[in-house]
Design a protein around this ligand. Sequence first.
Ligand SMILES: Cc1cc2nc3c(=O)[nH]c(=O)nc-3n(C[C@H](O)[C@H](O)[C@H](O)COP(=O)(O)O)c2cc1C
Length: 255
Amino acid sequence: MVKRTIIHEDLCIGCGQCANDCVACCIEIVNGKAKVREDMCVGCGHCYAICPKNAVELQGWGEGGGEPISVPVDPDALLGMMKSRRSTRQFQDRAVEPEVLEKLLEAGRYAPTAENHQVVEYIILDKQKDVVEAKAVKQFRKILKVLVKVVPQLATQVIDDHFFFKGAPLVILVTNKMGMDDGLAASYIELMANSLGLGVLYSGFFRVVVKFNPKLKAMLPIRKGYHLTNCLVIGYPSVKYQRVPPRLPAKIKRH
Ligand SMILES: Cc1cc2nc3c(=O)[nH]c(=O)nc-3n(C[C@H](O)[C@H](O)[C@H](O)COP(=O)(O)O)c2cc1C
């Protein structure tokens, strides 16, 4: 579909808010009406979001949107939830409902994205989950001796058959080709998961084993030019945490 950013002149009041807020500086007010240089537009939707008269129409830039901007959540409640999250490694034998999965992906979809590229892609491990994990565990055991030198804690860990996915029902692989949008999307998904009562583990060792094993990588439908950057292991936790552990103070230099 052709991408178009259309400002309906009959609705535009020429207030200039869209022009002032445009990241690409591609809107100007001509004879009291906003005009867009569409070839420069990145489709970020700021003009659409800010227009007091709803005069902007975005075509081909994506789906959804249009709902009113919601009030911020209570900051203390949000911080409390952020501090209460834990890497979850023990899961109930309970599937993640399709509508819950949809909410997680919706959260990822609305994570910040550099230049509005929206390039992050997800792979949801389904029928191949066990096959992929079995291969990953086999490979991991082979390189364990080397890895222990870098991560000594691995020496005391049991590399069982579910070392990577912990028996969780849902595994989302996050892939990206550039920038850091993947981490932002993963973090949004994790927070949404926490708010839905789910637990999440960033399975970083899975990423490592895929990185060093082309055959394993080939088993995954990762788009050419893309890299596996995050592996989110998700399910309803079978453990309940009682309190927030301490963290080191933020490391800050004022300059
Ligand atoms: C990027 C990333 C990768 C991680 N990879 C693993 C992993 O492969 N296996 C694991 O058991 N924990 C993994 N963790 C969890 C960390 O060990 C955990 O965040 C840390 O122990 C602090 O605990 P908390 O997340 O509950 O606060 C990972 C965490 C992050 C952020």
